[in-house]
Write a protein that binds this ligand. Structure first.
Ligand code: PRT
Ligand code: ZN
Length: 285
């Protein structure tokens, strides 16, 4: 029987979250010692543990059928792979940063300057797009110290909270791209493998949808029932059941995390009571 090989980062920021999402999809990995390969006991799938930078090439070469990496790593690799799903973790951005005392106005500043980075490909594309000639210094790790030690005039690096820049006396001046973890695949695959990957993706999407949504239950005064139902952007239409107490109904629905507090606010304004919010285990939409 055919199986698919999915590459994930061996150790680093993506590792735990990649394993979590696979586990939440109900896939049980045996010999999970994370040496090189784990096999699933209940799904035709194998996990390969690799350095994140190597994952796009392994997929392009057909050694792995799919993989999880940051979009920045995919962009840097230049590999022509398909993004099947954005996974909502390891969010960050790639930005240019300069000394915080510098009076920066526009990208022309970078003309003729030395920029240190671990992402020369993405930087080069941006510089070319802006018709800027700059010297790219490739360094792996601790890019943020490059200006301080006189190696470069600016850096191009991953920024998340911004505290690394701050503590190195730098300021972010141009955001070049946003990134988050994505599930990638090669455009070519046997029909058998494609079918397995589709099932994997179906499960993954159920996990992602459940993470982004909450189940809510509340008691609504009947005179405001219409307003309350309109305030809830539910999956289709909320369930409404009469309460034993006359004049009141129980309303059940699903609310997206992003709209959550706004919806709750409206519900309270319309006199909803006893609002319960419950996490969803899986959600098939
Ligand atoms: O060994 P391997 O090559 O597999 O791992 P790695 O060292 O290349 O990558 P790793 O594990 O550090 O990061 C993997 C991926 O996580 C990156 O490619 C990004 O897509 C994503 N990611 C998300 C981050 C960050 N957030 C992040 N904050 N990667 C790195 N950082 C570093 C950044 O380099 C900088 O030094 O954190 C610092 C900035 O963080 P703030 O919060 O101070 O701004
Ligand atoms: Zn890496």
């Amino acid at each position: 029987m055919e199986k698919i090989k999915i590459a994930i980062q061996k150790s680093g920021r993506l590792s735990e979250k990649s394993l979590d999402i696979i586990a939440e999809a109900g896939i049980n990995l045996i010999n999970g010692s994370r040496k090189l390969i784990s096999l699933a006991s209940n799904f035709p799938l194998e996990i390969l543990y690799l350095r994140d930078d190597d994952i796009p090439q392994y997929i392009a070469d057909g050694v792995a059928d799919a993989g999880i990496v940051g979009e920045n790593v995919l962009a840097e690799s230049g590999a022509q792979l398909k993004v099947l799903e954005r996974l909502g973790f390891a969010r960050c951005r790639l930005s240019l940063a300069v000394n915080k005392s510098l009076d920066y106005s526009d990208p022309e500043y970078f003309e003729g300057k030395r920029i240190a980075t671990s992402f020369p490909g993405i930087l080069k594309t941006w510089l070319d797009k802006n018709k800027i000639n700059a010297e790219i210094h490739v360094i792996n790790g601790s890019v943020e110290i490059a200006t301080g030690i006189g190696l470069a005039d600016a850096i191009f690096d991953i920024v998340s909270s911004g505290s690394t820049l701050l503590s190195n006396g730098l300021k972010e001046v141009e955001k070049v791209m946003d990134s988050e973890a994505v599930l990638l695949t090669s455009p070519e695959m046997s029909d058998g493998k494609r079918e397995i990957l589709d099932e994997f993706l179906f499960r993954l999407r159920a996990v992602l949808a459940s993470r982004n949504n909450k189940y809510i239950l509340l008691n609504a005064p009947d005179e405001n029932l219409d307003n309350i139902i309109n305030a809830i952007p539910g999956m289709k239409s909320p369930t409404v059941l009469p309460l034993a107490l006359k004049g009141w109904s129980s309303v059940h629905s699903v609310v997206n995390e992003n709209d959550f507090w706004q919806v709750i606010g409206k519900l309270r304004d319309f006199g909803a009571e006893g609002i319960l919010v419950i996490p969803i285990e899986k959600m098939i939409v």
